[in-house]
Each structure stands twice: as C-alpha cells, then as structure tokens.
Design a binder for this molecule. Structure first.
Ligand SMILES: [Ca+2]
Ligand SMILES: [Ca+2]
Ligand SMILES: [Ca+2]
Length: 306
C-alpha cells in the first residue's frame, strides 16, 4: 500500500501579496485563493474569518473585542481571554482548530475545518516575506501509527491558505479545508492534526487532538489548575435558532487518568463546571459531561506542548 504523503503547501506559490495594517504593526499578507469563500471573509481584518469569530464569541466587527490592545487572533490562538481584558501571554508556537458549518444566508454549502498556526521564529527575528519554505498539514490516527493522512483527502473543494507576517507577533497561517462531510471526520476520531512548517531552515511542529465526545467532535485546551476547556466542534447552526447556538459552547473539565492503550490515554471526567472558560460562554449541558470517558491520543501531555 502506498503511504499517503502530507498535504504540501508551498508558500512561494502564492504570489498575490499586498501591504496592509498600521505603521506600528505593518503586515504583509498573501492569500492563495482567487475566489472569496466564507473562510476568507474577515470584516475587521484581524485574521479570524467572521465564521470563526462566531465560534470564538469574539466581535467580527472589531479586531480587539475587549479593547486590551491584544488582537483577537493572538488571544484566540494563544488560548487567552479574547473577551476580557488581560495581560499578554508569552509568544509561542500555537495551533488551534475550529469547525464551522454552512452559514445562514450564504450559498457556501460546506462544513469547514479551519487550522490556525502561529510560528515564532527563533530569537524573535522576523524572517520576512517568502521565509516559509513549506507548510505540511496532516492527520494521524492511533490505529495507523506513523501514517500521515493529508487533510486534503477530506476536502470537497479547494483549500484556503492565508498567511500574515507581522513584525513582532510571528507568522500567522490559516488553512481552511471544506470537508466532504463532518461524519467522515467523526468516523476516524480520535486523531491528531499536525502542522509542520519550515521557516528559514527551522522545522517547527505543533499538534492538536480531535476527540470524540457524546456531544460530537471536540478539542481540549489547557486551563489553569490542571483542568481543561473542552470545546465541541459542530457546524454553525442557524442564527435564527438561538437555542442551537449551544453547539459551540465550552465547559471546564477535571480529568482523572484511568488507563492507557493503543488509542491513547483514557480519562474520566470527575468534575465539569461553567467557570469562566477562557471567557467563552459555557455550555448549559456542561454538568452532564461528568462521568464521560475521553480517550486522547498522546494524552494530555501533548496538549501542553503546543
Ligand atoms: Ca475577523
Ligand atoms: Ca474580531
Ligand atoms: Ca483583545
């Protein structure tokens, strides 16, 4: 059997570049798609598409929802508090995943997986435009150790690629994949999404697990005090049906390690509450997750290693 190769996106292939942003944070940005999709509509220019801001509960009309001078993108990608004033977090490699569904009023029929990656070059030196030599994005499933499945295999149409190179906040990358269907993805959970970037000779890798929970697919983000924020990754429901907005809400979990096996480490949820979850609104059904067993490829150690 031929081993699938990772999706390879050569940044050098995206030739459309323009200069935008303020003088204090000049940005050079390249976009790889000639057709504007919902994954590219970013009204406030903070690099988070409007549909993703719906998931993160940030303001798609303001690049700094809480007005603390830290951009929505940086606070979201760093698992900070985008809706409450806070201090800057240490700049680090970060990877976040979001899934959004068909948007009300849009002709875009796709459920999208959005991957956002921030790369901080060694020494904080801005490597400049064209420094990204390669960007690979793939999925690994514990049942197929060592096999890298290109995320592109799940694409129903063209993948969106955007990059932004900032003076002091690293290189930001967005890859959005229009999925054939969410159920195909759910069939291979749990899995880990990996991004590997080569910048100025450095190879940087980050991963984030996508796990199955009774509410659907979800990601976990470290919270303080050894607990985790769980965020379900469901398509955006109709905004005209507010009750279904619960689909993208979050919950704070306390995990108790149970067993380890080929699929990863299994944890039992011993507590779940609606304490401030990275300032995102909590799921009203949060407490129902007590007693869940969750299997995480690589365990929680990987969560803290991004
Ligand atoms: Ca935005
Ligand atoms: Ca915003
Ligand atoms: Ca902010």
């Amino acid at each position: 059997m031929q081993r699938p190769s990772p999706l390879l996106l050569l940044a050098a292939g995206f030739a459309t570049a323009f200069v935008a942003g303020s003088a204090s944070n000049q940005v050079v940005e390249a976009s790889g798609s000639g057709v504007v999709s919902v994954a590219e509509i970013d009204a406030d220019g903070d690099f988070l598409p409007d549909v993703v801001e719906w998931v993160t509960l940030t303001d798609s009309g303001s690049p700094d929802t809480d007005g603390d001078q830290i951009s929505d993108f940086v606070e979201v990608i760093a698992s900070g508090s985008p809706r409450r004033e806070s201090l800057p977090l240490p700049a680090d490699q970060q990877l976040r995943l979001f899934v959004t569904g068909p948007t009300p009023g849009s002709s875009d029929p796709f459920t999208w997986m959005h991957v956002f990656h921030r790369i901080m070059p060694v020494g904080g030196v801005n490597p400049g435009v064209g420094a990204i030599q390669s960007f690979n994005l793939w999925l690994e499933n514990p049942a197929l150790p060592g096999v890298q499945i290109p995320l592109n295999d799940f694409a129903a149409a063209g993948t969106v690629y955007r990059e932004r190179i900032t003076i002091d906040e690293g290189i930001w990358i967005q890859v959005s994949v229009p999925l054939v269907s969410l159920s195909i993805l759910e069939a291979i959970l749990p899995c880990t999404i990996w991004a590997e970037t080569t910048v100025a000779g450095q190879q940087l890798q980050s991963g984030q697990q996508l796990i199955p929970v009774p509410a659907g697919a979800a990601t976990l983000v470290p919270f303080f005090d050894g607990r985790y924020v769980i965020q379900t990754l469901n398509p955006v429901p109709s905004l005209s049906a507010p009750q279904s907005i619960q689909a993208n809400k979050v919950c704070i979990l306390t995990l108790d390690e149970d067993t380890s096996g080929p699929a990863g480490t299994t944890y039992v949820v011993t507590a779940a509450d609606c304490e401030d979850a990275n300032d995102l609104e909590c799921d009203s059904s949060c407490s129902q997750s007590v007693g869940w067993t969750i299997t995480i490829p690589g365990g929680t150690e990987l969560l803290g290693g991004n």
